[in-house]
Design a protein around this ligand. Sequence first.
Ligand code: ZN
Length: 222
Amino acid sequence: MMRSRDRAVSEQIEIALEAAERGDGTIPIVEAGDPILRQPTVPFDGQVDDDVLLQLLLAMRLTVRSAPGVGLACPQVGIGLRLAVVEDPATVPEDVARVRERELLPFTPLINPEYRDASGELASFYEGCLSVPGYQAVVPRHRKIILSAQDNEGTAYEREVTGWSARIVQHETDHLDGILYLDRAEMRSLATNEQVARWWNQPDAQAAALALGFELPDTPIM
Ligand code: ZN
């Protein structure tokens, strides 16, 4: 017999895919304040068959590309499942890419992901979230992590991830634990997208830290 939690997840997937089909193929993104963004997720263990999983991943890929964004977690599309997708074309100026260690991240589904710090170093930059539209804030993140997840066949793997890609993986995996980036942000850095573009588009966050009055971590946390 299907556990009731899992039935809820397969129903949530069905609702999301129906919404995508009725509209332009993208799934509506839920915004901060919706309780699903604060609830824990259930691990993926075959609640839906491969066909439906593939449909979901394709709809999430279209949704994140259309937004546009670099990552999308299941709770953001109303599904309480431990699954997210990440993809970063990294189309930013060369100096920004170098300072932020931002490199091409191919489309990757994260199935049952977890992460742990792998360097003891933090990196702080502005980031935003599709579920908190209009705003960005500086978030200290582990510069290097070990990502543990499963591939499509359910085989566990571990992978070292660095720089901006590590930031994206941490942000999306946090969503699966009911954590929003604002929970970890320097709140004095909070800025609208317009003000980030006007004042804080430098490669690093030093000028913002000085002017807005927040600390940048310069010491390892380990
Ligand atoms: Zn987010």
